[in-house]
Ligand binder design. Structure first.
Ligand code: SF4
Length: 247
């Protein structure tokens, strides 16, 4: 049986999702309406795009007007931090240890950066892997994060995926591009750069997750029922309460 065409493309953000959630999405199961975090995420994304493209950000709370005040509070600080960092795109690194420890500051050159560029790569067996970095230049990938968690495995995996896509899509010409997350959820913006070891580990982790995802999609395409992966992530799942409670 051939794989449904919708199954043949998947995004970086879908890796490691619950197998049942992947199956339900394929079957077009009814989704719950978005919750607060998803709505605030959409507002942050639209506002980030406005700011990166040099437009006056327009905050649209129409999807959840009852929570306008809470949503404003949620997005205000990260967006202020984004604007501040773009004016002064600084990376602060701590080098050495003990008495030799020193802080080094660098202003990153964002010249010629493409904004939210959609990229695709062929990952074999008829599957296409898709992703979109916030900013990408010929030698850098920069992705903004608004949450409080910093430098997680998922963050590193995404950056490496974007760098591989950027190279294969002819955007990145440097053989060893620099990869950055800029965290906007704290008091001040903070840029982190992946080191060589983190890049190697993240690339191995990414390919492992890609192969696992391809395997799930192949089984779903053959009509195999996928197991539930109950976790705290169920809170964010659009199918919670519909299928996984036995309805
Ligand atoms: S509610 Fe949890 S177990 Fe059920 S599909 Fe969603 S993520 Fe998977």
């Amino acid at each position: 049986m051939s794989i449904h065409w919708m199954l043949s493309t998947f995004r970086v953000s879908e890796l490691d999702k619950c197998p049942r959630q992947i199956e339900l999405k394929f079957k077009g199961a009814k989704e719950l309406s978005p919750h607060f975090i998803q709505i605030s995420g959409k507002i942050v994304h639209a506002t980030t795009k406005d700011i990166l493209e040099g437009r006056e950000p327009k905050l649209d709370f129409s999807e959840f007007p009852e929570a306008k005040i809470e949503l404003e509070l949620e997005v205000a600080k990260p967006m202020d931090n984004l604007q501040a960092w773009l004016k002064n795109p600084i990376l602060i690194k701590t080098l050495g240890r003990g008495a030799k420890k020193q802080e080094v500051k660098e202003i990153l050159d964002l010249g010629g950066a493409l904004i939210e560029k959609e990229m695709f790569i062929d990952v074999g067996d008829g599957f296409i892997f898709q992703g979109r970095a916030d900013l990408i230049t010929s030698d850098k990938v920069i992705d903004f994060k608004t949450g409080l968690k910093r430098n997680t495995k998922e963050h590193r995996r995404q950056l490496v995926a974007y760098s591989i896509m950027g190279k294969q899509n002819g955007i990145i010409t440097n053989s060893n591009p620099r990869l950055f997350n800029v965290f906007l959820g704290g008091e001040a913006p903070m840029a982190f750069e992946l080191d060589a070891e983190e890049k190697i580990d993240a690339e191995a982790d990414m390919w492992e997750a890609v192969e696992k995802h391809k395997g799930i999609l192949t089984l779903v395409g053959k009509g195999v029922r996928m197991p539930c992966k109950i976790s705290f992530d169920c809170v964010y799942c659009p199918y919670i309460g519909i299928i996984c409670r036995g309805v």
